[in-house]
Design a protein. Structure first.
Length: 170
């Protein structure tokens, strides 16, 4: 059953409904790292996996730090653990976005899939995730099948642009 426009989005997305952009942004960061790594065949898959996870973690920390500073300025309160924790939870989708592409990379690290196919698989997983975030948004907003297809496709197109740019630059 499709979500109704007034349903609480968190019940369906398993992501902070106020930070769906964080999930999208995190997925694009992961995809950019994957595409960049694809241009370096000398890099072993384990190092690509470490780079994906480390880059996502650093971006998450940077968002937590910047968000906490912004919240502190806006509220005119000093930073405290609770404020930082609230921001960290809010920004969590940015880090979560690395999970499924990292699992795809792990398949290559343990030898289940060869390197080029692993990078392709991880990139396709990231693009599928982008599509899913668009679908989730449209579903929660009650936009119907057309909206689901439109927003899913728009999100996936951002990932496609990153891949196309890499192909053009090579």
């Amino acid at each position: 059953m499709a979500a109704q426009p007034h349903d609480h989005p968190d019940e369906h997305l398993h992501v902070d409904p106020d930070n769906l952009p964080g999930a999208i942004y995190g997925t694009l960061v992961v995809l950019a790292v994957l595409v960049g790594a694809g241009g370096h065949p000398e890099w072993p898959l384990w190092s690509v996996l470490v780079l994906v996870v480390a880059t996502s973690f650093v971006f998450w920390l940077a968002h937590v730090y910047a968000g906490a500073l912004g919240r502190s300025l806006h509220s005119r309160r000093h930073l405290d653990r609770r404020m930082i924790g609230d921001v960290a939870r809010h920004e969590w989708p940015l880090l979560q976005a690395a999970l499924w592409p990292s699992i795809a990379l792990l398949c290559g690290v343990v030898g289940l899939v060869e390197r080029e196919r692993t990078l392709l698989l991880a990139s396709l997983v990231a693009i599928a995730s982008l599509f899913a975030w668009g679908v989730a948004y449209a579903s929660v907003k009650g936009l119907g099948k057309g909206g689901v297809i439109l927003y899913g496709s728009l999100n996936a197109a951002f990932g496609g642009v990153i891949v196309i740019l890499q192909v053009l630059v090579k």
